[in-house]
Ligand binder design. Structure first.
Ligand code: HEC
Length: 192
């Protein structure tokens, strides 16, 4: 009787690491879509942009669509590696959360706070999987998976041309900018 109870328990314990995906590494569906990492809000918060107009521009008015906030998160192990080296390790994942803003609510008299989710964007370094080492994905507010944007997407072009460190916009993440400066990993044009 005791053995009957013990054996399944032991098997369950042995099985546990295999069943759990490795923490905070990109997971894909069989057709190559990125699965939304549910726990990205437990990752390290880098910064927020408010009403930044490099993207999300309304083509009719050529202005930013409202004053949207974006919140950038990165996986904890990639963050720690960046602090040590000033660059991003393989399997780094970023999520950028885009939200509408408002100034009307509760006791607020001025300024803006965040409201509804507009979408989530991911930037993933997976060197053996993607030709440019990095790939981009866009999730709607309710989607759980997203296909790669592809090696020639506008996301790739802008990030590769303008990102301060290894395709990423470290120039807008104030604490990491200091790290990159001290490690000498900023793109030369930006370090000037
Ligand atoms: C014209 C330039 C431009 C284009 C095109 C662009 N981005 Fe970005 N992206 C930025 C800038 C600037 C930031 C950093 C500032 C911020 O918004 O907080 C950023 C930040 C990000 C981040 C946070 C991590 C990082 O790399 O710094 C993600 C994720 C991201 N973008 C995804 C995307 C996706 C997906 C696309 C294509 C659908 C895209 N971006 C297209 C300029 C661009």
């Amino acid at each position: 009787m005791k053995l009957k109870l013990f054996l399944p328990l032991l098997l369950a314990c042995l099985n546990l690491p295999a069943q759990q995906a490795r923490p905070d590494e990109p997971q894909y569906t069989s057709d190559g879509q990125l699965k939304l990492p549910d726990n990205y809000r437990e990752w390290v918060f880098l910064s927020s942009g408010l009403g930044m107009t490099y993207g999300f521009v309304d083509s009719a008015t050529n202005s930013a669509v409202g004053d949207r906030f974006d919140n950038v998160f990165v996986t904890p192990q990639a963050y720690r590696a960046f602090l040590a080296t000033g660059t991003w390790p393989d399997k780094t994942m970023f999520i950028m959360e885009v939200r509408t803003s408002t100034s009307k609510g509760s006791i607020n008299k001025g300024g803006h706070f965040q409201e509804g989710l507009v979408g989530l964007e991911a930037h993933v370094k997976d060197q053996s999987r993607f030709p440019n080492k990095w790939e981009f994905f866009g999730f709607g507010p309710a989607s759980r998976m997203a296909p790669p944007k592809g090696a020639k997407s506008s996301c790739q072009t802008c990030h590769a041309t303008n990102g301060a460190v290894d395709n990423t916009f470290v120039q807008f993440y104030p604490t990491l900018l200091q790290v990159a400066k001290s490690k000498g990993t900023l793109k030369p044009e930006i370090a000037k």
